[in-house]
Design a protein around this ligand. Sequence first.
Ligand code: SAM
Length: 235
Amino acid sequence: MKEFLKKSASALSIELTDEMLEKFQIYFDFLLETNKSLNLTAITEMKDVVLKHFVDSISIVSYFDLKGKKVIDVGTGAGFPGIPLAILNPDTEFVLADSLKKRLHFIDQVTEKCDLKNVTTVHGRAEDLGQDTMYRERFDYCVSRAVASLPVLLELCIPFVKQNGYFISYKSETLQQELGQAKHAMQELNCSLYQEYSYTLPETDYYRVLAAFSKNGPLKKKYPRQAGKPKRNPL
Ligand code: SAM
């Protein structure tokens, strides 16, 4: 696993140290072990886990310097992209949020096993956390993968971002269509598309694109709306 991960990350010009590789190994072993009793991932083949979970998660470090910043991962599930990013950036503070307690319990165990002192978890719906002053507009970066389509996701994620911060959404082929549907959401939430970064996962034709959104000014107090509303009635 370690050799394949090292080579694949290197193909994206990301160099992993032996210490980082060891932490990924612990995470990998514990993920597959726990997955036997808890539904964490449908991806279990070694190369798929490495490419579709680990390498995909860390791809943003090719474009953004997260060092010394504060990052929240919304809907982290089994820890993607938050845990791989935390392994690479020990000086960056990560908050991993999810509405499912069992998954956060898994992550708490991972952070202990991997000795990740830079990760905390928070249980709750993004809609509620985004109205909580502990989390609202407190982060340099918000990241999120596979949680919702953009009109919904922007309402869940933009509230966490500080002025001059970014929300980075991990997407693939559907991005352009979702952007078309998110025009009103961007207007309402006072944010805009800053940049798109596209790539293919090493030695595959799996297309991925990171869409980075910048915050243009203050956010209306009414956003995010109450839990469930962004999905039921997207902006
Ligand atoms: N981000 C991970 C990944 O890429 O593998 C997990 C993706 S999983 C499909 C979606 C996760 O988002 C689930 O763990 C779910 O509990 C969480 N989630 C969905 N809606 C949420 C919300 N409104 N607030 C917090 N977490 C949410």
